[in-house]
Design a protein around this ligand. Structure first.
Ligand SMILES: [Zn+2]
Length: 280
């Protein structure tokens, strides 16, 4: 009897390998299940971190700051400044520059100039007849502007964040910055700006520094009741928005923009709030 070259079960193994290949081919052709859409707010909720891009951006802020404060309230900022009502019974703003030092921090959300105590603004009087003084804690920048005026953005906006010396009220003075002549105050610091959150602060040892030099000469202003424009979006801010813009050169604006990207919150509904206008 002639011996078979193949072992008796070779057909079985051949069949098995064909089946294995077929199974592989079928499974390779099977469409992958659709990945679950990632919740863009999940990371923000888990970490408490927020930002301005698709993940953890402004649409998520109410999820981030749901611990008693709300970014979904009815008196939020920024807004489109339009339809104002001229007022003659509101105080003018006076500023009292301190000869203080400051440092510049990149906190991942903005470039913030932290002031030593000494600079303050006075906005009328309290109900007790005392000067209503607000200490300037810091000022910082947004590219482009957060507020609109008659529907238009400026390329940059600076916010001077003040806190009442009497209570928890905030007053934020806002100035729009448009493209034009180089700004001499910004020029002193434009090459000192920390380019990322990782970069350490720049400490300014120059004691003769007045942040209020960034305000326009004419201080006509718009005002309304609003909020911080970042989490926790507290609705405790009296906004004072200078009608007159200041200028910075295109190179200065480009430098800030290259570091900040787009760090502006979209405009919020005005609702039943009124915008006052004080002409000086
Ligand atoms: Zn701001």
């Amino acid at each position: 009897m002639k011996n078979s070259i193949n072992p008796p079960n070779s057909n079985f193994f051949r069949l098995l390998s064909i089946c294995a290949v077929a199974i592989l081919l079928i499974s390779a052709c099977k469409p992958e299940p659709e990945p679950e859409p990632e919740d863009p707010c999940m990371e923000a909720i888990l970490t408490g971190e927020w930002g301005y891009d698709d993940f953890g951006g402004p649409a998520c802020w109410n999820s981030v700051c749901n611990h008693g404060q709300t970014c979904g309230g009815t008196s939020q900022s920024p807004i489109n400044v339009t339809g104002w009502v001229e007022k003659t019974n509101l105080p003018s703003l006076s500023t009292n520059p301190g000869q203080t030092s400051m440092n510049i921090v990149n906190n991942g959300h903005t470039l913030q100039f932290n002031m030593q105590p000494g600079s303050f603004a006075t906005y009328g009087t309290t109900t007790n007849g005392l000067f209503d003084d607000f200490t300037l804690g810091q000022f910082h920048f947004h590219t482009n502007s957060e507020h609109q005026v008659n529907g238009s953005y400026a390329p940059m906006e600076v916010h001077f964040v003040h806190r009442s010396i009497w209570d928890d009220r905030y007053m934020v003075i806002s100035v729009m910055i448009e493209e034009g002549d180089a700004n001499p105050l910004l020029e002193r610091f434009v090459d000192k700006l920390p380019v990322s959150e990782m970069a350490g602060p720049y400490v300014n040892k120059d004691s003769v520094f007045s942040a209020y030099d960034l305000l326009p000469a004419n201080r006509s202003y718009y005002t309304y009741a609003g909020s911080l424009t970042t989490p926790p979006c507290s609705e405790t801010v009296n906004w004072i928005i200078m009608e007159n813009k200041i200028q910075a050169s295109q190179a200065q604006l480009d430098k800030f923009k290259s570091i900040l990207g787009e760090n502006f919150r979209p405009v919020q509904e005005l609702g039943s709030r009124e915008i006052g206008y004080v002409k000086l």
